[in-house]
Design a binder for this molecule. Structure first.
Ligand code: 6PG
Length: 507
């Protein structure tokens, strides 16, 4: 159906995220021209808008080609695309070039693109149009009612798109730092601090979103490991675990991921009537953003072991058949029957372990962003990033306000663990963290993310690591040299390990 007036924004790609973002734009008063290769998706979206608007003017208009889409828009064109990361983004860009897009038109990529691709695209399309990006977090519901947005690219384009992105983003109550919930279609509440802030030059927003997802992987895995100890170690039911999580949620562990875990644990399987979680096959999927984070951490040399372990945990889960065979062959410890009192103690320790591990996972994510920011000259603002993650995104949590406070207090904070609030929290809870890891180990319950978080903490606070021996080993077999504790670090030495007597040379 054609609009009588020109539309404000063109939207391409009406999958789950695109469909909901387009409705969100319409709710916020924008008139949207939509296009998807699947005509049914276009028709379905128009139908929803018609029902929602009733007698009022429609805000969503379907188009059947790229040319019709461009013809329907106010000039200069503003377009948003939501298509799978990779070649599909370039396909859309090429189609729009063929359809006559102009140099001052803006295309905003809202997909989960790899940040390096975004950097390349900005350069590649410079003479054809302005390639801008905004990473989107919040899944289906976030896209519909307010996601967290991480825009980056041309600063001039940001001045043009900022009002739109701020309008559709999630909002935070500035006095409490808590999300303003507005899960109602129609005209949304627009008050509050928007969860959309300019992240930096091209690629920065997608990088930050990638790290968000790495943290998301770690956060999810940590909750799952806690569930595992309760389910397999203490033999509690899904409902009993939901009750425990609910108590935890009412404190420092208050988060969206905890909230949905409680709901999941209380869900019944419509087929068997059992707890749904008990009939879901234990093999995890992944689309790749956690892996990208781990790869980037390895590339820039930033220790992000909890995030990386969370990726590996998903990989290992996919070896289902092998694990079933191994479970028959490989012994673990004898299972123990715990008293009520012991169970209570294990549950309390596990709570503190989850909290301390979570602090470390976030510390790793922010440390990675700090190193990447320096490396790529992005000048990332970490208090702003923590702020826009307080609502709308998957890792939203009360905790993000504490992270924001830490960076407001010290914008050059090199590691969250050094912030007085977080270091005191870990001091307070660390013995339970250690005991919890010890009991999970004795139970034979795998807890790769949690134990890697503790290893990160203990390594980071360690004045002398055994890397001295490692350097000696390297020098022994490969003459790779070492620095001395009693000389400046840039002076390198090699010991002739085979000479008798040994000869030490500065090289
Ligand atoms: C978000 C999510 C979203 C997502 C990814 C991760 O922030 O809204 O992170 O981007 O769910 O698709 O999915 P995988 O778990 O499949 O990697």
């Amino acid at each position: 159906m054609k609009s009588e007036t020109l539309c404000d924004i063109g939207f391409i790609g009406l999958g789950v995220m695109g469909h909901n973002l387009a409705l969100n734009l319409a709710d916020n008063g924008y008139v949207v021209a939509c296009f998807d290769l699947d005509d049914n998706k276009v028709a379905q979206l128009e139908e929803i808008d018609t029902q929602q608007r009733g007698d009022k003017p429609k805000r969503i208009f379907g188009c059947s080609s790229f040319t019709q889409l461009l013809d329907s828009l106010k000039k200069p064109n503003l377009l948003m695309i939501s298509v799978p990361a990779g070649n599909a983004v370039d396909d859309v860009c090429e189609h729009l070039i063929s359809a006559g897009i102009k140099a001052d038109d803006i295309i905003i990529d809202t997909g989960n693109s790899l940040w390096k691709d975004t950097v390349e695209r900005e350069k590649k399309y410079k003479k054809d149009f302005i390639f801008f990006s905004t990473a989107v977090s919040g899944g289906e519901v976030g896209a519909r009612f307010g996601p967290s947005l991480m825009p980056s690219g041309d600063p001039y384009a940001w001045t043009r798109v900022a009002p739109v992105l701020k309008a559709i983003s999630a909002k935070v109550d500035p006095t409490t730092g808590r999300p303003i919930e507005r899960f109602e279609p129609g005209n949304p509440v627009l008050e509050g601090e928007p969860c959309a802030a300019y992240i930096g030059a091209s690629g920065a927003g997608h990088y930050v979103k990638m790290v968000h997802n790495g943290i998301e992987y770690a956060d999810m895995q940590l909750i799952c490991e806690s569930y595992h100890v309760l389910r397999e170690g203490l033999k509690l039911t899904a409902l009993e675990i939901a009750d425990i999580f609910e108590k935890w949620h009412d404190g420092v562990l208050d988060s969206y991921l905890m909230e949905i875990s409680i709901e999941v644990l209380r869900e019944q399987d419509p087929v068997t009537g059992l707890a749904l979680v008990d009939v879901i096959l234990d093999t995890a999927g992944q689309k790749g953003t956690g892996l990208w984070t781990a790869v980037s951490a390895l590339e820039v040399g930033s220790p992000a072991q909890t995030i990386t372990q969370a990726v590996f945990a998903r990989s290992l889960s996919s070896f289902k058949q092998e694990r079933v065979i191994a479970s028959e062959i490989l012994d673990g410890p004898e299972s123990v029957i715990y008293t009520q009192e012991q169970k209570q103690q294990i549950i309390e320790q596990l709570h503190d372990a989850l909290y301390c591990s979570k602090i470390c996972a976030y510390a790793q994510g922010f440390q990675l962003m700090a190193i990447a920011s320096k490396d790529k000259g992005w000048n990332l603002d970490f208090s702003a990033i923590a702020k826009i993650w307080r609502a709308g995104c998957i890792i939203r949590a009360v905790f993000l306000q504490d992270i924001n406070n830490a960076f407001v207090e010290n914008e050059h904070l090199s590691n969250l663990l050094l912030d007085p609030f977080f270091s005191q929290q870990i001091t307070k809870f660390q013995m339970n963290w250690r005991k919890s890891i010890a009991s999970a180990t004795l139970m034979g319950i795998p807890h790769p993310a949690m134990s890697s978080a503790l290893a990160y903490y203990d390594s980071y606070r360690c004045k002398t690591l055994p890397a001295n021996l490692l350097q000696a080993q390297r020098d022994y077999f490969g003459a790779h040299t070492f620095s001395r504790t009693d000389q400046p670090a840039n002076k390198k030495y090699h010991l002739d390990w085979s000479a008798s007597p040994r000869v030490l040379r500065q090289v």
